[in-house]
Design a protein around this ligand. Structure first.
Ligand code: PLP
Length: 385
């Protein structure tokens, strides 16, 4: 069984797939890992590798002594830690407010039910029909009870880049003590940014979205910020996340961060070139297709509606031909409901079900991509008959 599939991955926002450079480096470590909490030399070697990975992830985000990185089991856990760790850390005397957007990943939005039980009200800001939230709406919705604001940097379905820095500034002007969290999972490795530039207090990232392994992520925090851990027990991760570390996952995260940092501008340009090529073929060959016009969007993500063609049918037809795409977010596929992001942008349920997401890797050879684009066109034509 192969670790990664052999097909053409046009579903990189679901999982980027291991960066080719990592395979041999990780293989070399397979036989020689120990529990990083052990004091013997094997344990200490694993500990050193984890700390090296922390440094590499930090470098990619421009972090220094004023931030710390807590490794988690993924961005789902990092998001839960940010939201619960702040809003459920102490009982609220008065109702507290959590301000977020309608296009967040479910790992943020689904915290709502739990928060309500603890007297925390969630206020959800809708995007415009381009899939972008407006910073001034956060200013209008922020109250003296607002404790936490959470906004993603780039949306996983549309690629829409959100004005996080502006939102952080506006809410702080309204409420000095408010904390700001950003889910930067999809932006990392696709657009340049640093933790400091965003002006946030906490940021979530995930290894498998940048070419590392699944099952590892991180919450990046301002160093002196207090947060309540989700998992208590052992002293790992400065007592902020108990449990033996995912040594391989963390090493893969560090390596992916290192390779991306060395090459970020080139990688972004390669993604942009591939997106432009794909868009050109689709616009020419499928003139009925409707591109979700996100002005500011990730260089690798294209969201397209093909009227009369069910996205799920297209996913299956292309899969049979070795091409992976997605209808809406991968995390919610298998669930018949149309994407909450597309509905929030004003698409009807029918329109949302006709929308596919194409998300590209920088490494995909252009001839493969061209072949995938032609196959997509053929499949659509076959379905229209
Ligand atoms: N946030 C965003 C924007 C995502 O796209 C995803 C995964 O699709 C997650 C969070 C969850 O990440 P993980 O798979 O590491 O739990």
């Amino acid at each position: 069984m192969l670790l990664h599939s052999e097909g053409i991955n046009l579903d990189a926002n679901a999982s980027y797939g291991l960066l080719p450079e990592l395979e041999s480096e990780l293989r070399a470590l397979f036989r020689s890992y120990s529990n990083p909490s052990s004091i013997h030399s094997g344990g200490q070697r694993s500990r050193a590798l984890i700390e090296e990975a922390r440094e590499r992830v930090g470098l990619l985000l421009g972090c220094g002594n004023t931030e710390r990185i807590v490794f988690t089991s993924g961005a789902t856990e990092a998001n839960a830690m940010a939201v619960r760790g702040i809003l459920l850390a102490e009982p609220h005397q008065q109702e507290a407010q959590f301000l977020t957007t309608a296009i967040e990943h479910p790992s943020v939005l689904e915290q709502r039910c739990l928060l309500e039980r603890f007297n925390v009200r969630t206020m959800v800001i809708a995007p415009d029909d381009n899939g972008i939230v407006r910073a001034d709406e956060f200013g209008n919705s922020c109250t003296p009870h607002t404790k936490l604001v959470s906004v993603m940097l780039a949306n996983n379905e549309t690629g829409g880049i959100q004005p996080v820095r502006e939102i952080a500034q506006i809410v702080r002007a309204c409420q000095r003590k408010v904390l700001v969290h950003c889910d930067a999972v999809q932006a990392l490795g696709k657009i340049p940014f640093t933790f400091a530039e965003l002006g946030v207090d906490m940021l979530s990232i995930s290894a498998h979205k940048i070419g590392g392994l699944t099952g590892v992520g991180a919450l990046v925090l301002r160093r002196h910020m207090e947060i309540s851990p989700l998992l208590r027990g052992g002293p790992q991760e400065s007592k902020l996340r108990a449990g033996t570390e995912n040594v391989f996952g963390i090493i893969s995260f560090g390596l992916a961060a290192k390779y991306i940092q060395e090459d970020l501008a080139k990688r972004c340009a390669a993604m942009r070139e591939r997106k432009t090529m794909l868009e050109t073929v689709l616009r020419t060959e499928l003139s009925q297709s409707v591109f979700l016009h996100v002005k500011d969007s990730l260089p690798n993500t294209l969201s397209v509606r093909i009227p009369g063609v069910k996205a799920d049918d297209l996913v299956v037809a292309l899969d049979l031909r070795g091409i992976q795409i997605s209808s809406g977010a991968a995390c919610s596929s298998g669930k018949p409901d149309p994407s909450h992001v597309l509905l929030a942008m004003g698409l009807s349920r029918e329109e949302a079900r006709e929308t596919i997401r194409l998300s590209l890797r920088a490494e995909t050879p252009l001839p493969d991509l061209e072949r995938a684009a032609r196959t997509l066109v053929q499949c659509v034509r076959g379905m229209e008959k």
